[in-house]
Design a protein around this ligand. Structure first.
Ligand SMILES: [Cu+2]
Length: 658
């Protein structure tokens, strides 16, 4: 790479011929950062929030074919100037070495950055008021404190994102280096840190609550200490090895970030804010590549806590928009996160100087046996036909403070797509006086509780069912009205309603009506004469439990409905808006759909919000067994019959008799 300083801005630089949606390489990220510093004249007070591929317009991507020169390689960059407290967004062309755009975004706060995770903790640890509060609790070795930089929420006009950049960190204390610190929360201590000034601006001590007395260790080195809860004398035994053997290797092929597996074709993307992204998901149907999705991404996460105590009331965090779930991805190097014949993709993100940071093995690709796919026994002849089902698993796992989230896409041999979030890690804990029971949480160990909370996820599905022109139809089931057509009362029917505009397409799940939504092609029909489609099948879901009058309620307008549909706009990617940090609310989906654009026969984007309800269980302590939530996209008249009919019976005897 030619250093920016050694060549004139505007000079074309060579880039390899590559697919327009290949994520930025480490070299490109570092180059983009240096280019922006030079072209915009940025000083050291300017920090790089996110650097990622500026995706070319959809029409250009769809028009591109291998062998053609790709559209210009561009990076989109958000930066924050600590000296002026100003946020800017830029696009730089790596192809032309030019600044394409530079835009001020007033009155917002970008997410909390990696360097602030470190600096915030050190600033608090050195503060005399915090130290005094710790001494009151009997803590004198401050090196054992863990101070997590919780996003501040919006607690009133003093949190105006245009005025200051703050965090409200919470404190826990390990009892020894390496021990599970979340076992000992410092209840009642609320700190406000000005992240730009690097100083504590407020310390509120709402009264001493004793640190919980018991360690709750999950790590191998500590688990069998005599005082640990829950207490186990040793590891269980009796587990014989299970080995996944793929002697001929996996059934997928990978070229750059393009993946081909069975009939499925797709591309893997990765950004520091969104993490794993799927691009151009299509199905090879007997020689014709039929598109299903243009782009699928996590569009936001929101975790509001339902406990009014001073240390918990402001805990309503957007783990994506206030931190970012790409740069927090784990390196999956231990071979324990997924098993089988694995292909890993690195995740390439940026540091605050604008240089690349590579997370090795951030995305895992592997295939799994998924049980039986279909079966029938002809009871008269005894003939049996049964076929296995497989799935391709594309996964990433992130650590956001105490919690882990696994984001898993499954593509099945029967044409189904599934998205599943795995929730694990450590609950956010609180302490309470001995003998008391929490009013808004669950006791998990003596003096230790987990407050009630919810996790909302919103996934953005830029649909492309048999092409870009789609419509969304709500399908309810109901008893048929009594009358001549239903003389026995057994009849029921489906009611289909086209969601014709954005305001009409703000919808909720309804289990009593077995409600689902069918995303149809507006141009293609199946051999049976109906529009081809994929059905969005909701899984478990829950509405928000906080009052609509809650101070923070407007911050996550996307949780007001489970389904939103918008007309395609590549600028509209985040369900709570581009900058939810410290924001009072109103941005994102409620604003995106306000124009009420037409959706009937349009390039539609489907947004699905699903909530995981978390009434903490004692079994969630000291580390939480995985809980899952998600949804499916099932072919619904997309094919003219069972697309897995061609699954081989296998040799030598096969999964059949005749
Ligand atoms: Cu939870």
């Amino acid at each position: 790479m030619t250093a920016v300083s050694e060549r004139a801005a505007g000079t074309a630089i060579a880039h390899p011929l590559t697919h327009p949606l290949e994520p930025l390489t480490a070299e490109e990220i570092t180059e983009a950062g240096a280019l922006l510093r030079e072209l915009a004249g940025l000083g050291p007070s300017v920090r790089f929030v996110f650097v990622s591929l500026h995706e070319p317009p959809k029409a250009d991507v769809l028009a591109w074919s291998p062998g053609q020169p790709p559209p210009p390689r561009q990076a989109e960059i958000s930066v924050y100037d600590r000296a002026t407290r100003a946020t800017h967004e830029a696009v730089v062309s790596l192809t032309a070495g030019e600044l394409v755009s530079w835009r001020a975004v007033p009155g917002v706060q970008p997410p909390i950055m990696a360097e602030e995770f470190i600096s915030c903790e050190e600033v608090v640890r050195a503060d005399p008021r915090w130290q005094e509060a710790m001494r009151k609790r009997g803590v004198t070795d401050f090196s054992l404190a863990m101070i997590d930089p919780w996003a501040a929420s919006w607690t009133g006009p003093e949190d105006d994102p245009g005025a200051r950049r703050i965090s409200r960190p919470l404190t826990w204390v390990r009892s020894a280096p390496g021990e599970h610190g979340y076992a000992r929360p410092v209840e009642g201590l609320v700190v406000v840190v000005d992240l730009d000034a690097g100083e504590v601006v407020d310390v509120q001590d709402h009264g001493v609550v004793p640190l919980p007395p018991k360690p709750g260790n999950y790590a191998a080195a500590w688990r069998f200490e005599p005082d640990n809860v829950p207490a186990y004398p040793h590891d269980r035994d009796g587990l014989k090895p299970i080995e996944i053997s793929q002697p001929e290797g996996p059934s997928f092929t990978v070229d750059g970030h393009a993946v081909s597996w069975q009939r499925w074709r797709l591309r893997i993307g990765f950004t520091p804010r969104e993490g794993l992204v799927l691009h151009e998901v299509g199905y090879d149907d007997r020689g014709t590549l039929r598109p299903v999705l243009y782009r699928a991404s996590l569009a936001e996460m929101y975790v509001p806590y339902g406990d009014p105590a001073p240390t918990h009331r402001f805990k309503n965090v957007f783990d994506q928009g206030e931190y970012g779930v790409g740069w927090l991805a784990n390196p999956l190097t231990m071979g324990c996160d997924c098993v089988g014949d694995i292909h890993y993709f690195d995740g390439v993100v940026n540091d605050q100087d604008g240089a690349a940071v590579t997370i090795p093995n951030a995305v895992c690709l592997h295939e799994e046996d998924a049980g039986i796919g279909w079966k029938h026994t002809d009871f008269r002849t005894g003939a049996v036909e049964v076929r296995r089902r497989r799935r391709l698993v594309i996964s990433t796992i992130v650590t956001v403070g105490n919690y882990e989230y696994g984001y898993f896409w499954y593509l099945y041999t029967d044409g189904t797509l599934e998205y599943e979030v795995k929730l694990t890690g450590v609950i956010s804990t609180g302490a309470l006086p001995p003998g008391e029971q929490p009013a808004h949480g669950t006791l998990v160990a003596p003096g230790l509780y987990g407050p009630h909370h919810q996790h909302f996820f919103c996934v953005r599905l830029d649909m492309a069912v048999d092409g870009p022109v789609n419509r969304v139809v709500e399908v309810d089931s109901r008893p048929s009205p009594p009358g001549p057509g239903n003389p026995h009362g057994n009849a029921w029917e489906t009611v289909k309603t086209t969601l014709s505009s954005e305001l009409a397409a703000r919808r909720d799940t309804d289990a009593a009506k077995a409600r689902y939504w069918r995303i149809e092609s507006a141009t293609e029909t199946s051999a049976l004469g109906a529009a081809t489609g994929y059905a969005l099948m909701p899984g478990a879901n829950v509405p928000p439990m906080y009052s609509p009058d809650a101070l923070f309620a407007n911050r996550a307008g996307f949780t007001q409905h489970q389904l939103w549909v918008t007309a395609h706009d590549p600028e509209q990617r985040f369900a709570a808006g581009d900058y939810p940090n410290q924001h009072p609310g109103g941005e994102g989906l409620p604003a995106y759909g306000a124009e009420d654009r037409s959706l009937d026969g349009a390039d539609v984007v489907v947004w699905y919000t699903f909530g995981a309800h978390h009434i903490v269980r004692p079994e969630d302590w000291p580390v939480m067994p995985v809980n899952t939530i998600g949804f499916m996209l099932k072919p619904s008249g997309f094919f003219d019959g069972n697309p897995a009919l061609d699954m081989p019976a296998g040799e030598p005897s096969g999964c059949h008799t005749d």
